[in-house]
Design a protein around this ligand. Structure first.
Ligand code: SF4
Ligand code: F3S
Length: 104
């Protein structure tokens, strides 16, 4: 599966949602997540994210994000079309420690 990481927090560009063939993105206050049991591993969303927030879970150190994507995709609503990002999205692109600072 692919997973959304903390780089999405406060950015939410939602380009990923437009390209996913199985509509498996779910939206929280500060970030989106992927439902790992619905993701078909096609990989098309990864290069679409301007914040480089999407990675295959085969990369090292992503267990925490796999867990978070699994948990919240079961709770948050499905999002299937792109919407405008937050006004300050670009200011938060590439920022460190976004999970501790902003996640909700
Ligand atoms: Fe959707 Fe493909 Fe990205 Fe999985 S890898 S979330 S199926 S676009
Ligand atoms: Fe987030 Fe990137 Fe999608 S910032 S909403 S994972 S395009």
């Amino acid at each position: 599966t692919y997973v959304v990481t903390d780089a999405c927090i406060k950015c939410k560009y939602t380009d990923c949602v437009e390209v996913c063939p199985v509509d498996c993105f779910y939206e929280g206050e500060t970030m989106l997540v992927i439902n790992p049991s619905e993701c078909i591993d096609c990989g098309v969303c990864e290069p679409e994210c301007p914040a480089e927030a999407i990675l295959p879970d085969t990369e090292d150190g992503l267990e925490q994000w796999l867990e978070l994507n699994t948990k919240y995709s079961a709770e948050w609503p499905n999002i299937t079309s792109q919407k405008a990002p937050p006004e300050d999205a670009d200011e938060h692109k590439g920022e460190d420690d976004k999970f501790d600072k902003y996640f909700s």
